[in-house]
Design a protein around this ligand. Structure first.
Ligand SMILES: *[C@@H]1O[C@H](CO)[C@@H](O)[C@H](O)[C@H]1NC(C)=O
Ligand SMILES: *[C@@H]1O[C@H](CO)[C@@H](O)[C@H](O)[C@H]1NC(C)=O
Ligand SMILES: *[C@@H]1O[C@H](CO)[C@@H](O)[C@H](O)[C@H]1NC(C)=O
Length: 248
């Protein structure tokens, strides 16, 4: 679809040469066509990423690298299209009652984390994709058998294991395959602040509320959490004590 996007302005100026004085109808038509084309591009990217995700999930040896490559080009596309859409967004392009188009434009201009600078977007997806891939496909889990096992076998065996010392060892083998938490806290989580800024929000909180498209959602979540928290903490303490066993 890239080619079509690039050719479209040319087509437009060849066949509608008299539109120099931009009336609001022309501006709207132009914006609408661009939005349609960008949406088609999104569909293409979605398909590409879905097929890479499928390869990765089904254990294809090239799955992860394909997924990373497609995530990267998706990020670059999402950034680029905001420039195109912004340039088509003139003062007359949106009538006051043009709510559907206005919403589409908003979603295109504030797509979320993909607006990070390319290096930062890549850091984010590389961390996420690689971590998930490792957890899914590691074969060094401890199932308390002679050989190491897969995640599926670990889940199966952990659910049936009665001995707490063995459960703890099995859980530790799972923790060894988790991503580096220090790395996450220092280099990945702070990207959120940049993503909020790129999407024109003042705070991460505002940004997440907007992404959820549920006004006051974060406040509501906090309220619910306050109600659940006492029970959660009790359960957490119980499980932690059981798992820590004698050292608790
Ligand atoms: C199982 O995994 C552990 C931890 O990665 C490793 O040290 C050990 O050599 C593995 N054992 C077998 C039998 O593969
Ligand atoms: C985890 O990441 C930090 C910071 O990136 C690094 O200094 C540390 O060596 C890493 N730890 C492990 C176990 O890889
Ligand atoms: C956020 O963006 C700024 C400006 O591009 C950059 O210097 C900084 O390293 C970014 N933050 C992270 C966590 O990468």
């Amino acid at each position: 679809m890239k080619l079509i996007i690039a050719l479209y302005p040319l087509f437009y100026s060849l066949f509608f040469p008299l539109c120099g004085t931009s009336s609001s109808a022309d501006d709207r038509r132009w914006l609408l066509s661009l939005v349609d084309l960008v949406e088609l591009d999104y569909v293409d990217h979605c398909e590409q990423r879905a097929s890479a995700t499928w390869s990765e999930l089904t254990g294809d040896s090239k799955g992860l690298s394909m997924k990373l490559e497609r995530d990267k080009s998706f990020g670059m596309f999402a950034r680029q299209q905001t420039t195109d859409v912004r340039s088509a967004l003139t003062a007359h392009a949106l009538a006051p009652d043009d709510n559907v188009l206005r919403r589409k434009v908003k979603l295109l201009l504030q797509p979320g984390d993909t607006l990070l600078e390319t290096e930062q977007w890549m850091r984010l997806v590389t961390f996420g994709d690689t971590a998930l891939n490792k957890i899914r496909f590691a074969t060094n889990y401890d199932c308390d058998t002679n050989t190491n096992c897969t995640l599926r076998e670990l889940n199966y065996n952990l659910a049936r294991q009665q001995d707490e010392a063995k459960q703890r060892r099995m859980k530790a083998s799972w923790e060894r395959n988790l991503p580096n938490i220090t790395d996450y806290l220092e280099h990945i989580l702070p990207l959120l602040r940049n993503a909020s800024k790129q999407n024109s929000y003042n705070s991460v909180e505002e940004y997440w509320d907007a992404l959820g498209e549920y006004e006051g959602g974060l406040l509501k979540a906090r309220e619910l959490w306050d109600r659940i928290k006492p029970l959660y903490l009790k359960l957490h303490k119980y499980v932690a004590l059981r798992l820590r066993g004698a050292d608790a």
